[in-house]
Write a protein that binds this ligand. Structure first.
Ligand code: HEM
Length: 422
């Protein structure tokens, strides 16, 4: 049963939208929520845009509320020392996440961000473009050869997931033969961020941080001996620091390299997978893009809005705040529902319509404010090249039986997406 079906079934069984919103829980989401959360998001936006999830814990769904939270790092903290201390104890996962810039506030966040943003400068990003074109071309040849041999082709395994790990590997100049474990480390570390975590997932996450750190120590030591071009090689730039004299400590350097790999991996895989699934689902929009390939830029923005790879964010209040008349004390835990905010009818005309030419499109897929995604121009470039070249080569592609969606709530995408190319 699809999510749409189950939401309809809920209604038929007497669950109104109001009840759906009132009884919503992230720990036990309604049936069909993972497949299709949008009917629930719509119910929340209408009936409970500030939804109490538990003691001192709320979920916000409105675009305006998320934007206000993202803007104010003093009142809405990203620091997770207390929360992750309880969740992970004194473990590698704790040290990793609490050193990553995304889970820190100014002034540490500002300093680390400016060094990272300097290294991910427009020149470094545009230098990646020709590599991405070449990589995508090679992958498309491989897909074609696989299909010609009569083998099944999986859009995620054979295409979408192969791109981001290579791109970030190129940014940090990780030797090709050493890239294989990166993907599994990244999935294990991000998997450990899920709201509910098994002991096995936690152990996998901790081991991944330890192995990743050991690898990076050797990579950094080699790069110190043989530096690359700091205009192109992000790792050399991060090791050397900025011209202003700002430098990262060794721990900040290693943990934030891990973070960049993680941040840009699954999210971008999902952008490409979700984007191609959307063009399959909405055939008239696919035809529109085939007729006018210059629409690829707005098309990728609409894919980011319509099926955001990153559905949830978090903040903690540092002082009393009020949302929708509900007063919250300092120390309130906020879940920011990007997926709902991106369908907020107060901002998006006919929000459930997938429109590849939508303008304006002020989606929050990359958040906004001081923590807005540093890698968004990399992700956009990857998405635009991968999706447009795939469509050029296989304009009549069709998804076939056997799609498997990741069951995680924070990241939205597929683990398997079988496709017939012609
Ligand atoms: C479609 C792909 C991507 C999506 C949807 C995405 C989404 C996001 C979001 C929502 C945030 C804000 C988190 C928060 O503060 O709550 C973020 C932060 C970040 N992203 Fe991305 N991201 C993507 C790709 C990338 C890539 C390719 C890179 C690196 C090459 C990257 C690096 C970062 C970094 C370093 C931050 C932390 C920024 C800060 O805290 O100041 N992301 N991303």
């Amino acid at each position: 049963m699809t999510g749409q079906d189950s939401a309809t079934a809920d209604r038929q069984a007497g669950t109104s939208d109001g009840e759906l919103a009132q009884t919503f829980s992230l720990a036990q989401p309604p049936a069909g929520f993972v497949d299709d959360p949008y009917p629930t998001y719509a119910a929340l936006l209408t009936h409970a845009p500030v939804k109490k999830l538990g003691e001192n814990s709320y979920m916000l769904s409105r675009h305006a509320d998320l934007t206000a939270v993202y803007k104010d790092t003093a009142l809405f903290s990203s620091d997770k020392t207390v929360e992750f201390g309880e969740k992970y104890g004194d473990t590698p996962l704790f040290e990793h996440h609490t050193t990553s810039l995304v889970f820190n506030d100014p002034p540490l966040h500002t300093r680390v961000r400016s060094i990272l943003a300097g290294a991910l400068n427009p020149r470094a990003v545009s230098a990646l473009e020709s590599d991405v074109e070449a990589l995508v071309g090679r992958l498309l040849d491989q897909l074609e050869a696989k299909a010609d041999r009569g083998e099944a082709v999986d859009l995620i395994e054979d295409f979408a997931s192969a791109i981001p790990v290579e791109v970030i590997g190129n940014l940090l100049a990780v030797p090709h033969e050493e890239r294989e474990p990166l993907r599994d480390w990244s999935l294990a570390i991000l998997g450990a961020l899920e709201p509910v975590l098994s002991a096995e997932e936690e152990a996998r996450g901790n081991k991944a941080v330890t192995d990743f750190l050991a690898y990076l120590e050797t990579l950094v030591a080699r790069r110190r001996e043989q530096p690359g071009d700091p205009e192109r090689d992000m790792l050399t730039r991060l090791i050397q620091g900025e011209k202003s004299g700002e430098k990262l400590s060794e721990k900040e350097l290693l943990q934030n390299c891990i973070f960049i790999l993680n941040a840009g991996h699954e999210t971008t895989t999902n952008l490409i997978g979700n984007g191609l699934e959307l063009l399959h689902r909405f055939a008239e929009q696919r035809q529109r893009l085939l007729d006018d390939p210059t629409l690829i830029r707005t098309a990728v923005e609409e894919m980011l809005r319509y099926e955001s790879s990153n559905q949830l964010g978090n903040r903690m209040t540092t002082g009393p705040v009020t949302f929708d008349g509900i007063e919250m004390p300092a120390g309130t835990f906020l879940t920011l529902c990007i997926g709902a905010a991106n369908r907020d009818p107060a901002v998006f005309d006919d929000p459930d319509r997938f429109d590849i030419a939508r303008r304006p499109n002020r989606h929050l897929a990359f958040a906004s404010g001081p923590h807005q995604c540093i890698g968004m121009s990399v992700a956009r470039m990857e998405g635009q090249i991968a999706i447009s070249r795939f469509l050029e080569r296989f304009p009549a592609y069709r998804l076939t039986e056997g799609a498997v969606r990741s069951r995680r709530l924070r990241f939205r995408g597929y683990t398997t997406l079988p496709v017939r190319l012609r």
